[in-house]
Design a protein around this ligand. Sequence first.
Ligand code: 5GP
Ligand code: MN
Length: 316
Amino acid sequence: MEAARLLAEARDVTLLSHINPDADTLGSALAVGLVLHRRGARVRVSFAEPDVVPESLLSLDVAGLLVRPDEVPDEAELVVVMDTGSLQRLGKLADRVPKAKKGAVVIDHHVSNTRYGTVHVIDDRAEATALVALRVLDEMKAEIDEPVARCLYAGIVTDTRGFRNAGPEVHRIAARLLEAGVDAEGVTRPLMDEHPFGYLKMLSHVLGRAELDRNAAKGLGLVHATVTVDDAQGLRSEEVESVVDIVRSAEEAEVAAVFKELRPQYWSVSLRAVSEVDVRRVAQRLGGGGHRLAAGFTFEGTAERLLAELKEALES
Ligand code: 5GP
Ligand code: MN
């Protein structure tokens, strides 16, 4: 595998995650980064936005590999991009990809990946990028010990929503990671099950305003909720990002949408579907992307306009 060879030979590696990083993109980058760091390479892991590392992911960085985006060299040697379907999803770090002196390896599981690197390891059937990253590490004959396994497990458990959509092979891999010493509950609880008390108050406001439109999405139903800047005040991105996991439980709706106000008139939208609607195509119509049952896009304008455009995209 060309990617494994490039990584094994590299002396200086910059691993990049997408903006608003989740456990899959950062866990994959930190797992591969840790292996290369131990083999003596100079390694840095970064992402463009927000300014701080999500608190729930900090403990994955056991070797202190994370650096701020302005510390990423303008012309890096080898760049590795994790879990990122298109260059725009790297934000202001996107220009590091074409400038990389030894090229860019793209490791991903997005069906829509635009193949913007020089070497691509993409499996759109993989439930998480961490599974693709593990294949590369196995090809390199890397030792998967507990700190590396923990990073991979974090990506897998979150992208499969607690193994709900994981097939037998993923369970076999999870068993391997547990055998390496991963504490499943210890890793999962901060990522999926834990929030400050203020989260409950925020939910009560946000869910109190949620709406169900049974006629939307060609009659399959849409449930939607809005998290304003005020609602999110004093809370972490983890709290805002997990609202959709609750909104999507409305059984009358095939599609769930959460409109997250980043600043006045500027929204990041999370879309989820149960089984029938391909929300990636819906998000793509609105300039975003993602997976068939989990996708997103950004939108500039009023909440009313956003809802109207989303409903229209759900009809076509
Ligand atoms: P989330 O709702 O968790 O932020 O995102 C769900 C999935 O949608 C992510 O895995 C990502 O692939 C995709 N996604 C979210 N927001 C955007 C966006 O603004 N642009 C693109 N291209 N994909 C997005
Ligand atoms: Mn992913």
